[in-house]
Design a binder for this molecule. Sequence first.
Ligand SMILES: *Cc1c(COP(=O)(O)O)cnc(C)c1O
Length: 353
Amino acid sequence: MSRFAKKFLENMEPYTPGEQSDVPGLVKLNTNENPYPPAPGVRRAMAYWGTFRTQKPLNRYPDPSCGPLIKTLASYYNVEENMVAVGNGSDEILAFAYMAFGEKVICPKISYGFYPVFGEMFSGEVREIPLTKDFRIDPDDYADDEGTIIVANPNAPTGRDMGIEGIEKLLSYGRLVIVDEAYGDMGSESAVPLTGGYDNLLVVRTFSKGRSLAGMRVGYAIGHRELIEDINRIKFSFNPYSLDSVAMNAAVESVKDEKYFRETLDKIVRTRQWFAGEMEALGFEVLPSAANFVMTSGPVPGREYFEKLRERNILIRYFDKDPIRDYVRITIGTEDEMKKLLEATKEILNESR
Ligand SMILES: *Cc1c(COP(=O)(O)O)cnc(C)c1O
């Protein structure tokens, strides 16, 4: 650290992203990316951008109101345009939400690593509530506190869905509830339809997982128009151009292709169900997942399993903390990738016998 750094930097514990390696032949199942490419329309638009023959050339600033993307999302979700805000990945939208609403935040103890980090960053107080024994978020545990509630649904890294009744229970406390639906298209019910009826609900979503655009950095929030106004006050006090022209264009094209979107999600869900069955047959416990990953624990200790897969050029995620130390999180890739993982797992099990 330099001698010029602010005091708080010293004690801050930054978020640790999963390893981003691109060694040839690596089976990468550690950061919940979509194994399939973005929709063909996105790829065509990108090729077009490559020629720089566009209505919004790159020597010009992007549209700070993000008009076309907001219009597209509002119409897709059937909400008013003033109920949608967009940002550079949902991480940025979440950061804006902490800046706007994060004096006091309550989140699950086992969840997305950014929730406590943002608390430190934006000098808010964060209280972490343990999950139940079977790794669920129990809304009753959030009743007696005060402050903004933030949950991921389905939760990460567990994959468990708390159900829309759970979200409604949280909303009934009257405090602001931020629902992070990063994995909201893979088997859980979205809270977006509730946004019309509650002024204390902000749903945060991303193009990174379901829409195969992790490299593009597009996220959005849907909620009551006053919440969106607050988010935009922050955005326009920080970086009005946080979404670049290329990313906005790609996002709009992605939303246009519903068929491709549903097909890739279906493939991921089918691969997940099949893969979970195969793992169970090998003696693993697999938590019920509504996401594009599963959390599992088996005959080989978590760390050892992680390391032995790594030796075989297969990357999954291991979290060295209680109470998930015995578990690993495995992203659902293509069927082919999962077969490689299963083969490697059988080898590892045979070795340790
Ligand atoms: C991946 C992830 C995000 C981040 O999404 P980006 O839009 O890529 O920033 C947010 N929340 C959860 C729970 C995630 O797993």
